[in-house]
Design a protein around this ligand. Structure first.
Ligand code: ZN
Ligand code: ZN
Length: 370
């Protein structure tokens, strides 16, 4: 990964905003900008019209790791809290304007201490590094592809072992075990396995419930590989699916395909949401689609852009409509959840291209009856 190039892109943004520097505390952003993967690290970035100066602060546990991973910033082993030493360094070196901090990631208490300790002028900044991270570099796409393939490869063996009576948590455990055996560093989020009427919970974390002889099971999971997350959902049916269940499944599948078709560089993220939502509307199921159509994926499981409805009440999207660009990696995951009955969700990861998109998730989507 070319950290220096990323740092220069950030410096460009900071200069544009007439800022003198930035205190980067959000770990995925720290990793993105300088390569550090540990659990305590703060990056201080000072910009001037001529140049760029960086210092990375961590604690004694990471002396060796920081020396190995961080070659594009001066490494400082802090004696006290890394964030405070970074702030003091910035007060001294960022002299060409106020210093930005990540207002969504730094607690009020931490910020107050920073301000008191370092003094100077501070400015809240939202999603600046996240904006850079939206466009994936070829190496990042390769890493995401590998994560997607690993997760997909365990789907079939896991489904083969599902039978009535097995608990949701046993299914999740087997799934996670196989992922780890295949080399996953971890799961990108708590594995969701929801069966029967629990499948009507859009965020159904695996429970002790035993799988009933008949009904849907939603499996939503992802792995972390090389720091990058994957995310996929498939819904299977235990027993033979009745007409209603089959219709519901097909409606979600159609909506998912319409969503994928709508993806292309230049379109609004909200247009992709609309394509999926309109498709469900035609089946009279849009009122059961209670979340957004998708999200960006990368070093974090949920990143910008958000593929959500552009309408009143959705102020974030209303202020700044997000447009898809070639190189973004996003999920397309419409779902239908009927309380008391059950739910269906189908989710793929796709790479946005100039002319459309490439579906990264290879797992088939026709209805599996167990
Ligand atoms: Zn998911
Ligand atoms: Zn997702």
């Amino acid at each position: 990964m070319d950290h220096q190039q990323r740092q220069h892109r950030l410096a460009l943004e900071l200069r544009k905003l007439r800022l003198g520097g930035m205190l980067v505390t959000h770990l995925p952003n720290v990793r993105y900008l300088c390569g550090f993967t540990g659990s305590n690290g703060v990056l201080a970035v000072a910009v001037s019209p001529r140049g760029l100066k960086l210092a990375f602060f961590t604690d004694g546990r990471y002396t060796a790791q920081a020396a190995e991973q961080v070659s594009t910033a001066r490494v400082v082993i802090a004696k006290g809290p890394a964030v405070l030493e970074a702030a003091v360094w910035l007060a001294k070196h960022a002299t060409h304007g106020p210093v930005a901090f990540e207002s969504e990631k730094l607690s009020v208490a931490a910020f107050n201490t920073v301000k008191k300790t370092a003094g100077g002028s501070w400015k809240p900044l939202s999603q600046s590094v996240e904006q850079l991270r939206m466009l994936k570099e070829p190496q990042e796409v390769a890493q995401l592809r590998a994560a997607v393939l690993l997760a997909s490869s365990v789907f079939e063996p896991v489904v083969r072992d599902i039978k009535p009576g097995i608990t949701e948590s046993a299914i999740a455990a087997q799934l996670e075990y196989l992922c780890r055996r295949m080399g996953a560093e971890g799961m990108s989020f708590d594995t969701l396995v929801s069966s029967g009427e629990r499948s009507a919970l859009p965020h159904g974390v695996a429970s002790q419930r035993a799988v009933a002889p008949r009904g849907f099971i939603i499996l939503d999971y992802g792995v972390i590989l090389g720091g990058y997350c994957s995310d996929m959902t498939r819904t299977v049916h235990v027993g033979k699916a009745g007409k209603e269940a089959r219709n519901m499944y097909n409606a979600v599948l159609q909506a998912q395909l319409r969503g994928i078709e709508a993806v292309r560089a230049g379109v609004l993220a909200s247009d992709v949401d609309r394509a999926a939502r309109t498709s469900l509307q035609r089946e009279g199921l849009a009122k059961y689609f209670t979340h957004s159509t998708g999200h960006g994926v990368g070093l974090e499981i949920h990143e910008p852009p958000g593929l959500r409805q552009a309408k009143a009440g959705n102020t974030a999207a209303a202020v700044k409509p997000e447009r898809l660009e070639a190189g973004m990696v996003i999920t397309i995951e419409p779902g239908v959840y009927i309380p008391g009955t059950g739910g269906v969700r189908i989710e793929d990861m796709v790479l946005v291209t100039q002319t459309g998109c490439e579906v990264l998730t290879p797992t088939p989507k026709q209805l599996i009856e167990i």
